[in-house]
Design a binder for this molecule. Structure first.
Ligand code: 9WN
Length: 511
């Protein structure tokens, strides 16, 4: 890494405090999300971190992304964790000896010299690369930053759009809750309920050395996370057969935003960009066709393995008197009772509250891609839970105007309370059966999702709302000591402090 004195200005100011967090979490080639809880490099964290770091040091921001993409697998996947070999194995679970990337991932082309996980995280990277470039185009061009990154970013998107198009409709599916990044969101309760948890005695949760148990996922969640990851590893990280396969609106919206960014990158480096821009538009259409719920004014997750439900008419989620998917799943800690069978068709009971296409039309995975043919019935079932993930497509400027307007209304309505009941948008429905203002992705407000909403509001002309959210984000970040997440009503900090993306996105909002 070339000599690069990152600048800190205005001692004591929010800017200076945020800068100190980022400088303190820098390891020389990348930034840890948190020194204690997350001592390695995480994929979507690095993208958000680079977006803030570019204001302190465009060079470090470039190196951050280069380090991550340096650990890319030959099949194009960008791993969700790149392990730091100097960190003791027991500092984080699952550690490299669980993932065994260089051996178990050999067929998929995992790197030999660096240890990684085998799953992915949301593809925010092309967006981050473009924003990093714009912060210092001269340095970027001198270092051939974009020409070097472009083939890797293109391969990453290709992996997601081909190997991960498990539903055949053009969208990417996640095969583990950690991939979507909102680990214990109630949106996963039903799809996860089919997974037989691993025995608790087979693993040790290092996260509980640093985080309060009541703010973290439950042991039962972890049992299922471990089972899913171990099964994936034991299949050589081959895609297609996962018992958990979900099309998520935030993951796909970020992919589309990154496709738009890749088109800009392509134009900048002089390679054809038209096909990319067109693809981003097609994907936006597929997102609306497959995941938009007009009755709710919200995007929902599609559980691709949930297509067993038949025949029961359901419209809207969680409306008074209706059963939601989650009625079947008691709230934590008793939530998630193991069910017989791990896959529809192997004995899993019908799941009330999931919504099948056209209320009972047969889901036919063999029907082929539905992108561009909105009349085809998508496989699986929409998950009847309101998650902040369903608001994230607001970042897409190309969203149909009526969809964007409905999202803005939903963000400010009773379920998310933005600009009214809450200081920041919660990760999950304030009125939801599983809402808990302190438990990780089951209610607390997170800075990355709110930063995305702030951008989305601005992109759709909601300047006053965006300004208010920006002010609330800055206040909450400063008051909480750059907490990992906060109580959406009070702003009280939870989880880790000096959390990197909180500091990075604070810096970005200050610029
Ligand atoms: C598992 C690092 C990551 C974030 C995720 C967040 C949390 C990990 C964990 O921390 O997940 O990947 O151990 O809980 O849920 O979004 O990227 O900050």
């Amino acid at each position: 890494v070339a000599y690069d004195p990152a600048t800190v200005t205005g001692s004591g100011s929010l800017h200076a405090r945020a800068s100190r967090v980022l400088l303190g979490n820098w390891t020389g080639t990348s930034t840890v999300p948190s020194r204690g809880l997350y001592p390695h490099q995480w994929s979507w964290d690095s993208a958000f971190i680079a977006i803030g770091l570019r204001h302190l040091s465009p060079l470090r921001a470039q190196v951050e992304l280069e380090t991550l993409l340096g650990a890319q697998w030959d099949d194009g996947r960008v791993p969700h964790i790149v392990f730091n070999p100097s960190v003791p194995l027991d500092a984080y679970f699952p550690s490299p000896d669980f993932w065994r990337s260089s051996t178990a991932g050999a067929a998929a082309g995992a790197p030999r010299t660096v240890q990684t996980s085998g799953i992915v995280q949301p593809p925010v990277h092309a967006l981050a690369a473009w924003l990093v470039h714009t912060s210092d185009p001269g340095l970027s061009r001198t270092r051939s930053f974009l020409p070097r990154l472009y083939p890797r970013l293109a391969a990453w998107h290709r992996y997601l759009l081909h190997r991960r198009d498990l539903g055949g409709g053009g969208l990417a599916a996640v095969v583990h809750p950690w991939e979507q990044g909102m680990d214990n969101s109630p949106a996963w309760d039903v799809p996860l309920s089919r997974i037989v948890p691993a025995e608790p005695r087979t693993f040790r949760r290092a996260d509980l050395d640093h985080g309060a148990a009541q703010d973290r996922p439950t042991d039962l969640d972890y049992g299922r996370y471990v089972r899913l990851a171990a099964d994936y590893r034991d299949r050589g990280y081959a895609d297609g057969e996962s018992d958990f396969a979900v099309e998520d609106p935030a993951f796909n919206a970020l992919l589309i935003a990154s496709e738009h960014a890749l088109a800009r990158i392509a134009r900048e480096i002089g390679v054809p960009a038209r096909a990319r821009a067109a693809r981003a538009e097609r994907l936006t259409q597929a997102l609306v066709d497959r995941l938009w719920d007009p009755a709710e004014g919200l995007f929902l997750c599609r559980d691709l393995r949930g297509g067993e439900v038949r025949g029961e008419a359901r419209t809207g989620v969680g409306l008074p008197g209706q059963r939601t998917a989650a009625d079947d799943v008691p709230a934590a800690p008793g939530r998630g009772t193991a069910r017989p069978g791990r896959h529809p068709g192997s004995g899993a009971p019908l799941l009330p509250g999931q919504r099948t296409p056209a209320d009972g039309a047969a889901a036919d995975p063999a029907a082929g891609p539905s992108a561009g043919s909105p009349t085809a019935s998508p496989p699986g079932a929409l998950v009847a839970e309101r998650s902040v993930a369903g608001l994230i497509p607001l970042v897409l400027p190309g969203l149909p105007a009526d969809v964007a307007a409905a999202l803005v209304r939903t963000a400010g309505g009773p379920h998310f309370g933005l600009g009214a009941a809450t200081r920041l948008a919660p990760s999950y429905d304030l009125t939801g059966h599983a809402f808990d203002p302190h438990r990780y992705w089951r209610g607390p407000a997170w800075f990355n999702t709110n930063w995305l909403l702030e951008r989305g509001l601005r992109a759709h002309g909601e300047q006053a709302c965006a300004d208010a959210l920006r002010a609330a984000l800055l206040d909450a970040a400063g008051e909480s000591g750059f907490a990992e997440y906060v109580d959406p009503y009070t702003g009280e900090g939870c989880g880790a402090r000096d959390f990197s993306w909180t500091a990075a996105l604070t810096l970005d909002l200050l610029h």
